[in-house]
Write a protein that binds this ligand. Structure first.
Ligand SMILES: [Zn+2]
Length: 199
């Protein structure tokens, strides 16, 4: 199984020691839990994959132990989680410019998921703001991310500092969680409240 070893800070091909498929419809999708061992440092690794309808192999394993530093919630679309995961992997590998570029890609994914595909990212973000999907503060964060991501991607001499890379990662995480996790959660909350007030 290809998985990131925390101690090695690298993606490794870890031999699987034991795998167990678990499914309880009350908990959602079928899951495959895999216990593996890092081939380099022998650290234990526990990962979970979900079956979204095309088998477990289609899902990138999510490491559960050792716990990941940052991880987006399950409500965030997979393409966005994958881009953000790569940004965090780059950050831990001290590849700060690459991390900023992946955060910019995550932002592009956020626009695409809302079916906003303007001629460039700047116009797409403005459209999200005009549609009321993001508020002014989030729009400002997103604009700052976009600008730094642009510098990272196009300025050959530009170097992103570790602090900037960390902030970019934090903003990207906050925007993604806001748009998917908390919005959904709030809608469910409102629905529950409306239903219980009918009684
Ligand atoms: Zn390792």
């Amino acid at each position: 199984m290809l998985i990131e070893c925390k101690r090695c800070a690298a993606i490794v091909e870890a031999p699987e020691l034991y795998a167990y498929d678990a499914y309880d419809e009350r908990d959602g999708l079928p899951e495959r839990w895999t216990f593996a061992k890092c081939p380099r440092c022998a650290s234990p690794l526990l990962a979970v994959q979900c079956d979204y309808g095309n088998g477990f192999e289609e899902d990138i394993p999510t490491r559960v132990f050792p716990a990941r530093d940052r991880q987006l919630g399950a409500s965030v679309p997979r393409s966005i989680r994958v881009a953000f995961d790569e940004a965090t992997v780059c950050f831990r590998a001290k590849a700060y410019t690459a991390s900023a570029i992946m955060c910019r890609k995550t932002l592009e994914g956020l626009c695409a998921e809302h079916e906003v595909k303007e001629c460039n990212l700047s116009a797409s973000l403005k459209k999200l703001k005009d549609l009321g999907v993001i508020e002014i503060r989030l729009f400002e964060w997103a604009e700052a991310l976009r600008t730094l991501g642009n510098e990272a991607a196009h300025g050959v001499t530009s170097v992103i500092s570790p602090q900037d890379a960390k902030d970019i990662l934090g903003f990207t995480e906050a925007i993604s969680e806001y748009l998917f996790t908390y919005k959904d959660q709030f809608e469910r909350f409102k629905k529950r409240r409306a239903e219980s007030s009918k009684d």
